[in-house]
Design a protein. Structure first.
Length: 429
């Protein structure tokens, strides 16, 4: 008997165990890497969300008016009484844990805890009061939170700050829940890999099993990232509606719109185009367009009984895209919105005087991830707005269409039938 035979026998007995160890290690490493990637992408999505909320809050005219008036007088109960309801509405609509507004000394006007209103903030506000933005984790009165802080400007002067945050405990819980949904797949893949290793011996390619698990993980991660991006895009349009209503003093109507997604007592009154929510959104869009030198023209009407969250979402996305397409262009810059919303049919048409869409993009313009705009350098999600519009139209039995204008601009039309009278909050976005 060869002197190597005992060694070979030992190696033969250990080979199945080595194969099992390799499979387990590969699966464990893959799950750990995928979990880290998912956590990073989740945090990026949340960061974009809290920053968008903070910037929108800082741009509300009522916030700037109160803070400008408090530069000399400081924080008082009347100012807090005006801003706290606005902060509560924004926090409820955005699903964030807190919204804090301070004056130029860092003294709180708003806070979820009443006794902390009128007190200085617990973190140094000097950087933000100097005109800079902040995005990161800090520990405050509610505990560690991932927050965005931006300056509130009035006529180019910093008059205070707006801070929006989500507790780190919530972020960790969401990441853990996502990982918990993947672990059964990883465990199943590990068991299958172990069984195949025992049956096929050295011929089993352990790397294929690890790659399969990684593919499942990455697919789950990409789906979650796309979902967060769509939520951020749609939330921006909802905030436009709230901003317009608050600016025009329609607090009860704002509560009515918030009531479609959160339990708030609704209210309402007639609006210019026939529906208060559509009117408020158009006012906010007109202000946004004017700020970049674009004229917004509106025609048509909207029956309040036929308006729901889908109408608001589609109108906001199409108008946003059109304004961005015109901004910075040469010649007349104009966006035309036509509404035909009644109890039998919804038709929304938006035309812009921009440079049109690249013919190479036209066939896929409604696909998720395809964008007609240049990257903005801020890491914001692109390619979600038109995909959301097309998805809503398909879900409602209609269609989204792209057309080219003789002048070189673009026309988008979204339509769907109403088989029964629309009910407020028909979709939750």
């Amino acid at each position: 008997m060869s002197e190597h035979t005992p060694v070979l026998r030992v190696a033969g007995r250990l080979l199945p165990l080595v194969q099992v160890v390799i499979v387990v290690v590969c699966v464990a490493v893959t799950v750990a890497v995928a979990a880290a990637v998912h956590a990073a992408q989740l945090r990026q999505g949340i960061g974009e969300r809290v920053r968008a909320v903070a910037l929108s809050l800082a741009e509300l005219p009522e916030v700037g008016e109160v803070l400008a008036g408090a530069v000399d007088d400081g924080v008082d109960e009347r100012s807090t009484a005006r801003l706290q309801p606005v902060a509560d509405l924004v926090a409820s609509a955005a699903g964030v844990d807190y919204v804090v507004v301070t004056d130029d000394d860092g003294v709180r006007f708003t806070h979820p805890t009443p006794r902390l209103r009128g007190e200085p903030v617990s973190t140094d506000p000097a950087e933000v009061l100097g005109g800079a933005e902040f995005l990161g984790t800090e520990t405050g009165t509610l505990g560690p939170s991932y927050r965005a802080k931006v300056p509130v400007l009035v006529d180019g002067t910093v008059v205070g700050t707006a801070s929006v945050g989500i507790l780190e405990s919530r972020i960790s819980a969401e990441a853990a829940a996502a990982l918990g949904g993947v672990l059964p797949w990883a465990l199943g893949a590990g068991l299958v890999g172990t069984a195949m290793s025992a049956l096929l011996g050295a011929r089993v390619d352990v790397r294929l099993r690890a790659a399969a698990v990684q593919g499942i993980e990455l697919e789950h991660t990409r789906a979650r990232e796309a979902e967060l991006a769509a939520q951020t895009h749609e939330f921006r349009n909802r905030l436009h509606v709230i901003a317009g209503m608050v600016e025009s003093g329609r607090s009860r109507e704002a509560l009515g719109f918030i009531g479609e997604v959160v339990p708030v007592v609704p209210g309402g009154s007639p609006a210019v185009v026939g529906d208060a929510r559509v009117d408020a959104l158009l006012r906010a869009l007109a202000a946004e367009a004017s700020a970049v030198g674009v004229r917004l023209a509106v025609s048509g009407a909207a029956d309040p009984a036929a308006v729901d969250v889908d109408v608001i979402t589609v109108l906001g996305n199409l108008a946003d895209n059109a304004i961005e397409a015109c901004a910075g262009g040469d010649g007349p810059r104009e966006v035309r919105v036509r509404l035909d919303v009644d109890r039998s049919r919804v038709e929304i048409e938006v035309q812009d005087s921009g440079h049109g869409i690249d013919p190479a993009l036209a066939p896929d313009v409604f696909a998720r991830g395809v964008t007609t705009h240049e990257p903005d350098g801020g890491g914001a999600a692109r390619g979600e707005g038109l995909a959301t519009v097309a998805e809503i139209c398909r879900h409602r039995g209609g269609a989204a269409e792209l057309g080219c204008l003789p002048s070189g601009g673009t026309r988008f039309r979204a339509s769907w039938p109403l088989r029964r009278p629309a009910v407020a909050g028909g979709r939750d976005g």
